[in-house]
Design a protein around this ligand. Structure first.
Ligand code: SER
Length: 326
């Protein structure tokens, strides 16, 4: 088979997407492409791993051409908070990087490109509750603007160039394998680390900030299910809302405290990330994804919290042991 290339393979989602794709399609058929962030050992060692700078057109063209790539999962992106503090890099990675991938795909007869969008593609003018798939977007963050660019460019390449581009608007993703630190929704991961390590957490968002979220296994399922969906059923391509759970920091803290009774939370609001969060929806209407490719998440808040605490406790206990051995 033609190879699958995953950019951003060292990132929060990429580092879990690569093993899932390798299990489905065979280790040697899935190429993990990273750049600056070190790749987790299992991603680097379980199959082909290469360095690709998505901002460098020659580097992208080479990767796609030399490895006979048929599918690209383009996961490289600067997340919302980091993008606000580094405009040039955000433009280079999120906008030029995507353009380079789409052009390399057309030049090399790639069959399919998967490009995730985000809840950040919405803005303060968007209806915040049960946000429809089609609505006013007008994001006010650089990250969100780059995601709308990705949705529109993806649809352009579908319609004008016949390239099969697909994408979905991911909410905040919660996971225990690779910790994200550059986004706005990342408190919902950091809180678990802090709860296990310190029994307390200081949250940078207000207690009542409601945001759509999703547990990583559902995120991986969503990406792969969309990629494999029957094209004849799809009326949308690059811009599917996908919902799973929706909660506030106070609600998440309560769920954690019901499992770790000594856990406590306090708040020290970061105006940058609070402003970003306030411009995003509270919850999403994902009926288009449900109708067109049978989207159906498996994890609710309780199931997610149980699984996170279980896996993260084991991971952090393991790290503690290897620290002591060194
Ligand atoms: N998790 C992302 C962020 O917070 C949203 O897509 O930046």
């Amino acid at each position: 088979m033609r190879k699958i290339l995953v950019t951003g393979a060292a990132g929060q989602i990429g580092s879990e997407l690569v093993p899932a794709l390798r299990q489905l399609y065979g280790d040697e058929n899935v190429i993990a492409a990273g750049h600056r962030t070190p790749m987790p050992d299992d991603v680097r060692e379980s199959g082909p791993a290469i360095t690709v700078d998505v901002t460098d057109v020659a580097s992208v063209q080479r990767a796609v051409r030399d490895h006979d790539v048929g599918t690209v999962y383009h996961m490289s992106s600067l997340l919302s908070a980091l993008a606000e503090t580094n405009r040039q890099r955000a433009h280079a990675v999120n906008i030029e990087g995507l353009y380079n991938v789409l052009e390399a795909a057309v030049d090399n007869d790639v069959d399919q490109v998967i490009v995730p969008s985000s809840i950040a593609a919405f803005g303060p003018d968007t209806p915040p509750d049960n946000t429809p798939n089609e609505t006013l977007q007008r994001p006010t963050t650089l990250y969100g603007i780059s995601k709308v660019f990705g949705e529109l460019m993806g649809n352009y390449y579908v319609e004008k160039l016949g390239l099969d581009v697909r994408g979905l608007r991911l909410p905040g993703i919660i996971s225990w394998k690779t910790e994200p630190t550059a986004g706005t929704t990342d408190y919902a991961v950091a809180i678990f680390y802090a709860a296990i390590r310190d029994g307390r957490y200081t949250c940078y968002l207000r207690p009542d900030t409601r945001l759509p979220m999703m547990y990583m296994p559902d995120c991986i399922k969503a990406i792969i299910d969309l990629a494999r969906a029957d094209a004849s059923r799809l009326r949308h391509h690059t811009d599917f809302n996908v919902g799973a759970v929706s909660f506030t920091p106070a609600e998440l803290a309560e769920v954690i405290a019901s499992r770790l009774p000594d856990f406590s939370i306090d708040y020290d609001v970061d105006p940058l990330r609070q402003g970003i969060a306030d411009s995003w929806p509270n919850s999403l209407d994902d009926s288009a994804a449900r109708e067109e490719w049978d989207w159906n998440p498996s994890f609710d808040l309780d199931a997610m919290a149980d699984d996170m605490l279980d896996n993260l406790s084991r991971k952090l206990a393991g790290e503690g042991r290897s620290d002591q051995e060194e």
